[in-house]
Ligand binder design. Structure first.
Ligand code: TXA
Ligand code: MG
Length: 342
């Protein structure tokens, strides 16, 4: 068990990626950048390799992994058939932040990858380092987010280092990720297709491509979760986080003052418009209200930043449930355990 930083040098044509690929071919786990968040990859066809992912993350074994591929040829080796709907999604959104749940082909994956389900989640990432790594490894790569289970997903190599140093064979450093939130997960084995996890690709974008889709009932808190991962607490900082719909800043300041009067040190996670002129113990600004893509990109870094402070609780600004705001609010509600300050 050891750790090495494999830095990516764009000029020299990613030579360190081939070193990382060799580790993967030999059954080791390697963290690598994707356009969403950093993934913790291993050969999806090897039980030994995939077990190492679960060990490193401390991940419950009933939570299946997404398998990452780099080409259309690879896809046809891994699924029985591609339906018309799936084909349209692939054409529009791959490579990119969309995970499609297919019916599983027997005998190709490690049983650990699918957690005993009859389906498999596949995604072709668009990050050039990820694509090159998969291509050189010559294997589909099972890769959950490269965080310790329950922590926010990593958007920099430093986040991975903080969580997993000593537990993985290497970290490929490709700088900060782009989308900042995990891929959208859509189940195409049911009709109508169902979004199990909102993410980088929005429901509107998907509907423009394949017509009506539905959000899984668990996303509205009505039913037991269908995507096994959705039942676990996620994305949580060390200090408790409370969501607040900030209608006006005076109310926010009064609330913070009240909490401080109770002896609490209060952190604020907000856009710079909301945070401006607010007095509190620590502020993490994560972009502008007029650019929710930026808020998504900086959300996990912002949440993690409080772990380096002494705050007793965090107040997080709530965002509109529209476009990428749906994915942002999904992660924030989980980080908050659905606790709101009214
Ligand atoms: O953006 C991403 O998707 C990142 C990067 C690394 O690609 N990966 C990621 O993996 O977020 P992970 O393991 O943290 O999340 C996978 C999600 C979980 O909620 C899991 O339950 C769901 O996908 N999932 C995987 N396979 C599934 C299946 N066959 N049926 C239903 N849900 C599945
Ligand atoms: Mg995850």
């Amino acid at each position: 068990r050891w750790t090495v930083d494999i830095n990516v040098d764009k000029e020299s044509g990613y030579p360190q990626i081939s070193e990382a690929a060799e580790y993967l071919r030999n059954g080791h786990v390697i963290a690598f950048p994707t356009e969403t968040v950093y993934g913790l990859g291993a050969d999806a066809t090897s039980n030994t390799a995939v077990q190492r992912i679960f060990d490193a993350k401390g991940r419950p074994s009933d939570n299946p992994l997404i398998v990452h591929i780099s080409s259309a040829d690879q896809l046809s080796e891994l699924v029985e058939e591609v339906t018309e709907v799936e084909y349209k999604l692939i054409q529009s959104f791959w490579p990119g932040p969309l995970t499609i749940i297919f019916r599983k082909k027997a005998g190709v994956f490690s049983d650990l990858v699918t957690a005993g389900l009859q389906s498999i989640g596949l995604r072709m990432p668009s990050h050039p380092v990820a694509l090159e790594l998969i291509r050189l490894a010559g294997k589909p790569l099972a890769a959950p987010s490269a965080n310790t289970s329950g922590k926010p997903s990593p958007t920099t190599a430093n986040h991975v280092f903080y969580d997993l140093t000593g537990k993985v064979s290497g970290i490929v450093d490709g700088g900060e990720t782009g989308v900042g939130l995990e891929s959208t997960v859509i189940d195409c084995t049911v009709s109508p297709p169902t979004i199990l996890r909102p993410g980088g690709v929005t429901k509107d974008e998907i509907e423009r491509c394949i017509g009506q889709v539905v959000m899984d009932a668990s996303l509205k808190g009505e039913n037991a979760p269908r995507s096994p991962g959705m039942k676990y607490t996620h994305y949580a900082p060390t200090a408790p986080l409370y969501l607040m719909k900030v209608k006006n800043k005076e109310t926010l300041q009064v609330k913070i003052n009240d909490l401080q009067a109770e002896g609490k040190r209060v952190g604020l996670l907000a856009t710079y418009e909301t945070a401006a002129d607010i007095q509190t113990d620590h502020i993490a600004e994560i972009g502008s209200v007029s650019n929710l893509e930026e808020v998504a990109r900086r959300l996990y870094s912002g949440i993690r930043s409080f772990d380096e402070t002494e705050v007793d609780l965090i107040v997080a600004e709530a965002y509109p449930y529209e476009g990428i705001g749906i994915a942002i609010m999904n992660r924030l509600e989980k980080a908050a355990g659905h606790k709101w300050i009214l």
